[in-house]
Design a protein around this ligand. Structure first.
Ligand code: GAL
Length: 373
């Protein structure tokens, strides 16, 4: 009898121990602590005080627009998620930039150690104007789960030139209006040479799909699809993370990248992006750099196997370093369902490395504990 009790006790201990499996099921319904599919799309995760906080877009049954705001969930193990509520609420005030029905996408939250504030950036489109505003929105909170206070929205880096635009490119006078047609060889050349950057120099650069990245030295960067989604920009944030300093570069000019997600491994920066086909998936792209300010080099699609050309029917949103593990990163992506937005699924896959480069393979399910030992 005694040994039976001891044995049962050992089993219970083992199942509660750190070695218990943490199963991730890409593409399935992910119930939260209430049994409801997690509603945090285009999201990102902040690890703070031994807890993961997942922020994302709240989506409706029929509408992808922001009728609620940015949601927050918390987890200790990355598999069991507790609904923490709405971190940033849309405003009932029709004069507000974030009025209900605007577009709030790809929110990301970072923590500023100096100010002890949590800072949220997101892609904002003003109510009723489609995707023409192309702004970044900024909100702040003293508490990780919010409520976040909306500060402002704008197009970044107004009045500043990218570090990697030459004097000649800055001084050129050709404009998009000079081209009756897009995608011609001359148009491409002019685009690569910064025609759209010049056009938006005074009013600020367009800012749509985005992510944030905090480097080891505490410097934070905002990376966003700019120039009509033709070129990515990587811009430095002020020390309090609440604005842009105006220092920025263009990445992959004319390359049509969006959905940027960034991580650093052994001093090298990696960025996974998608092409621009709206809600429909396409092949992921990989970019690397030894210095965050570039040069950035493009590599082939990191996905392999069936549906690799569609990023396993998903689009990148964030790359999550697993806390306490060396070189353990999770690729986070969305499998959009625009006719039933709330049901969009999460595709989380471990980043494997071959010859120093990230590789993504499909798993119906995987054990975080087993993959990242
Ligand atoms: C995608 C983008 C999404 C959303 C969508 C709207 O290309 O990555 O975040 O903006 O377009 O069509």
């Amino acid at each position: 009898m005694k040994s039976y009790i001891l044995f049962s006790f050992a089993i219970v201990l083992a199942s509660c121990s750190a070695s218990a499996p943490v199963i991730i099921r890409p593409g399935e319904v992910w119930p939260d602590d209430r049994g409801t599919h997690v509603n945090a799309h285009g999201g990102g995760v902040l690890y703070h005080d031994h807890t993961y906080y997942w922020f994302g877009e709240h989506k409706g049954e029929r509408s992808s627009a922001a009728w609620v705001g940015v949601t927050c969930y918390s987890s200790k193990n990355l598999a069991d998620w507790k609904h923490e509520g709405v971190a940033l609420q849309v405003s009932p005030d029709t004069a507000s930039d974030i009025r209900a029905g605007s577009v709030i996408e790809r929110p990301k939250v970072i923590y500023n150690k100096k100010t002890k504030k949590f800072v949220m950036y997101f892609h904002l489109e003003l109510f009723g104007r489609g995707y023409s505003a192309a702004r970044v929105g900024i909100a702040v909170s003293d508490r990780v789960t919010g409520p976040y206070t909306f500060l402002r929205s704008y197009r970044p880096c107004a009045g500043h030139w990218p570090l990697n635009m030459t004097e000649e490119q800055r001084a050129a006078t050709i404009t998009p209006g000079d081209f009756p047609e897009w995608w011609t060889a001359d148009w491409r050349q002019a685009t690569n040479d910064g025609m759209f950057t010049r056009r938006d120099f005074e009013g600020g650069q367009m800012s749509r799909d985005m992510t944030l990245y905090v480097d080891d030295d505490g410097k934070a960067y905002h990376i966003y699809a700019s120039e009509e989604n033709l070129t990515l920009h990587l811009a430095e944030l002020a020390d309090d993370y609440l604005s842009h300093t105006g220092k920025y570069i263009r990445i992959a000019p004319g390359g049509h990248n969006e959905a940027p997600a960034l991580f650093k491994k052994e001093g090298r920066y990696f960025m996974i992006t998608s092409g621009c086909t709206g809600w429909a998936p396409n092949a992921a792209r990989l970019h690397t750099a030894d210095n965050i300010w570039g040069p950035w080099t493009e590599h082939p699609n990191p996905c392999v196997g069936e549906n690799a050309h569609l990023t396993f029917r998903s689009q990148s949103t964030y790359i999550l370093p697993v806390a306490g593990k060396k070189n353990a990163f999770i690729f986070m992506a969305d499998r959009w369902t625009p006719y039933h937005p709330i049901d969009a699924r999460y595709i989380w896959l471990p980043i494997l490395f071959e010859n120093g480069l990230p590789v993504l393979k499909w798993y119906d399910q995987w054990d975080l504990k087993e993959v990242f030992q």
